[in-house]
Design a protein around this ligand. Structure first.
Ligand code: KG4
Ligand code: ZN
Length: 381
């Protein structure tokens, strides 16, 4: 079946069309428009700006995807008042929708998957209303998708020769997933396919958020994760110039806390009169070392307690090379039987392919259509 997927939970407007028989996932079209340059000015994602940009960009992104997928743009089709009602809070999207959608043939897709949450609610709503309007125009069912489940699937996708074809290997349960993104830090246990239990999470900031805030203190642009990792990679040797705390390392739970780490960086930087590149590199390195130590320690605890056969690391922060390497080494030395899955760089941050894949499995599991779909910024796995 062919799934058109929509992702608008944060600052990327992403759409893809994926064709799958449940074994192979062939990406027929994939397009992503990042708003990073706009949000840079604010040092983070500004929700109403994100909403406006999604509203503006969804139709152009859809056009690109349809073109890439080779869907013919010709026949006329009628739309109705229902679409005006669905998109009445998105006037710019409505205008573009009515100009474009009636001019094309209904594409050869079977369902529309859309991110329901978690994420920024105003941003999520645009994607959901767009999915609803397309669903009415094309008479296709909607599949709501949990963004974090998308990140789990993105780590499980293996490339099949060419980069537009993916497959998922046989999975060994229980699976432990460490989800590290801009909004979340969670340890999730899955004993059965599509069933999850959160066994640990951050009590305050998410890891990505700590990266972004620390980067800001160092005068680096948003998003801070890639900036910090670039600086940290420059420091080859061990330095003891800075020492930041490893929050909750000794606690008896699998929960995390990163706000103390961020505050410690802030106080340290306050005492430094001039931030040279060398100091920034050392701070970035020590910050990453602290993050890595905590992530490793909590994940090890969870692996031991639950006897996980598979470890999945997903979410934007999983793009970090040092973090990935630290986990590879830890598994090799201490859990050699455990299989590690991490996403390809291009699938580690937000994208629509992961939403199509998660959407496919949810559709197979539950074909019920949900017309009353609502955005849920705090949607849990
Ligand atoms: O999953 P994602 O794209 O969006 C959310 O769902 O939040 O994750 C974005 C986060 C940002 O905080 C960004 O700074 C972080 O992922 N990130 C990284 C790296 N690349 C992106 N953090 C550390 N190292 C990286 N290389
Ligand atoms: Zn994400």
């Amino acid at each position: 079946m062919k799934i058109l997927s929509i992702e608008t939970s944060c600052d990327e407007t992403a759409i893809s069309i994926v064709d799958t028989d449940g074994k192979e996932f062939k990406v027929l079209g994939n397009s992503l428009l990042s708003q990073i340059d706009l949000h840079k000015e604010y040092g983070g994602v500004f929700p109403t700006l994100a909403k406006r940009e999604h509203s503006r960009n969804l139709i152009p992104v859809l056009k690109q995807v349809l073109e890439k997928a080779g869907f013919e743009n010709s026949k006329l089709q009628t739309t109705n008042d229902k679409i005006k009602e669905i998109l009445n809070r998105e006037p710019e999207l409505l205008e573009q929708f009515l100009k474009f959608i009636p001019t094309i043939q209904t594409p050869d897709i079977d369902a529309i998957a859309v991110t329901q949450g978690p994420g920024l609610e105003p941003a999520l709503w645009v994607g959901i209303n767009f999915a609803k309007a397309l669903s009415v125009a094309w008479k296709k069912p909607i599949i709501p998708v949990n963004h974090m489940e998308g990140h789990i699937f993105s780590a499980l996708l293996k490339e099949d020769g060419k980069d537009s074809k993916f497959y998922i290997q046989n999975l060994k349960f229980p699976i432990l997933a460490l989800l590290i993104s801009g909004g979340h830090t969670q340890l999730v246990l899955s004993k059965k396919f599509l069933e999850y239990e959160i066994i640990g999470e951050t009590l305050d900031d998410a890891v990505g958020e700590a990266f972004d805030k620390t980067a800001r203190m160092l005068g680096l642009p948003y998003p801070g994760g890639p900036e910090i990792s670039k600086l940290a990679e420059k420091v080859g040797h061990v330095t003891s110039d800075f020492k930041f705390p490893r929050p909750m390392l000794r606690s008896n739970t699998c929960d995390f806390s990163f706000s103390g780490l961020k505050t410690s960086v802030l106080y340290t930087l306050k005492k430094i009169p001039e931030l040279t590149t060398e100091i920034k590199q050392k701070v970035a390195k020590e910050f990453e070392d602290a993050v890595i130590e905590v992530l490793l320690s909590k994940t090890k605890k969870a692996l031991k307690e639950h006897g996980a056969q598979t470890l999945v690391i997903g979410g934007g922060v999983s793009a970090n090379k040092r973090i990935k390497k630290a986990f590879e080494e830890m598994l090799k030395n201490e859990f050699s039987e455990t299989i590690l899955h991490t996403p390809f760089i291009k699938l580690s941050t937000d994208n629509a392919i992961m939403i199509a894949v998660a959407g496919y499995f949810r559709f197979v599991q539950n074909k019920k259509q949900n017309l009353e779909l609502k955005a849920d910024g705090n949607l849990s796995l």
